[in-house]
Design a binder for this molecule. Structure first.
Ligand code: NCD
Length: 297
């Protein structure tokens, strides 16, 4: 039995096969591939896109979905997550999808279950389905010819699980990451890192903008300091039309977008922005992941 905890759980061949399936699912119409299967979602952290995307993916495949409301679950009565998961597993679901703020938790749950676990994000560690849908979006756009394409990952790299999963996955297919980040959010990396996007913008094929992950910051700022920092940050890192010019660059963001801090209103409307296409692709890619892991094919 296979799980999807990090992108390294799937080989490149498996991913290309997964993308073939995702292509077939792209119209997001319903089928009965997972009829009679039951999928449990357990989201201990906020989510709009990922949770609804997984639920819609499961339902489009004909599966039933139980969303455990963690705010009213027994973890609130002192039960450990491990025990909650072992109890859910005893009810024989066909897959468990989990998001939690603790890095490594989904991996440690593998020994408590008899069904696949899909990691929907663990702290700043990994968000494999996001990276898969990002790669799929890039692949589809460039007709699967992505070798040596330069992608700038812009923003709070240090705290972003989207960045870490993409940094594991994209280079495996020949993409060349460049990290664009203020020194506060820098990571030790084998990849070129710059503070100013203008230094590299002429060679970019893709920009992946990220949200500043305030909820993971260990420092606290007063409202005034936060406003001041945000102003300074957006001046340099917000992706605007002025910055992009007429360059043919694909603009991506995993959501939620902080408008005019991550990306300007104007650029979100621009045809180069693929933000909503990523959301649509996300359902198709998650359908393919559920099919692969539950049916083992
Ligand atoms: C991201 C997440 O939760 O990791 N969003 C998502 O899943 N689409 C990124 C974020 O919260 O900024």
């Amino acid at each position: 039995m296979k799980h999807l905890i990090t992108t390294s759980d799937f080989s490149n061949d498996e991913i290309l096969k997964l993308f073939n399936d995702a292509k077939l699912f792209l119209d997001l119409s319903s089928n009965k591939l997972l009829e009679g299967k039951l999928i449990v979602t357990l989201f201990f952290e906020n989510s709009t896109r990922t949770r609804s995307s997984f639920e819609i993916a499961a339902k489009r495949l004909g599966a039933d979905v139980v969303n455990l409301e963690v705010q009213t679950s027994s973890t609130k009565k002192g039960e450990t997550v491990e025990d909650t998961v072992a109890n859910l597993n005893a009810m024989k679901p066909d897959a468990i999808i989990i998001r939690h703020s603790e890095c490594g938790l989904p991996n440690s749950l593998k020994s408590y279950v008899n069904c696949p676990i899909l990691n929907a994000g663990d702290g700043k560690n990994a968000h494999p389905t996001q990276a898969l849908l990002d790669l799929f979006t890039i692949m589809e756009h460039f007709n699967y010819d992505v070798k040596d394409k330069n992608i700038a990952i812009v923003g709070d790299i240090f705290n972003s699980r989207v960045a870490s999963s993409n940094l594991e996955l994209l280079p495996r297919f020949g993409l060349k990451p460049i990290l664009v980040t203020p020194k506060e959010f820098r990571v030790v990396s084998q990849y070129k890192t710059v503070k100013n996007i203008n230094k590299v913008i002429d060679k970019l094929d893709v920009i992946m903008s990220l949200r500043v992950q305030h909820e993971r910051h260990t420092f606290t700022l007063s409202d005034d300091e936060l406003e001041e920092n945000t102003k300074k940050y957006s001046k340099k890192y917000c992706i605007t039309k002025k910055m992009m010019g007429s360059r043919d660059i694909l603009l991506m963001h995993p959501g939620p977008v902080n408008r005019n801090i991550d990306i300007s209103d104007e650029m979100l409307e621009d045809p180069r922005s693929k933000v909503l296409e990523q959301v649509r692709n996300g359902v198709a890619v998650r359908m393919a992941c559920l099919k692969k892991l539950i049916l083992n094919q």
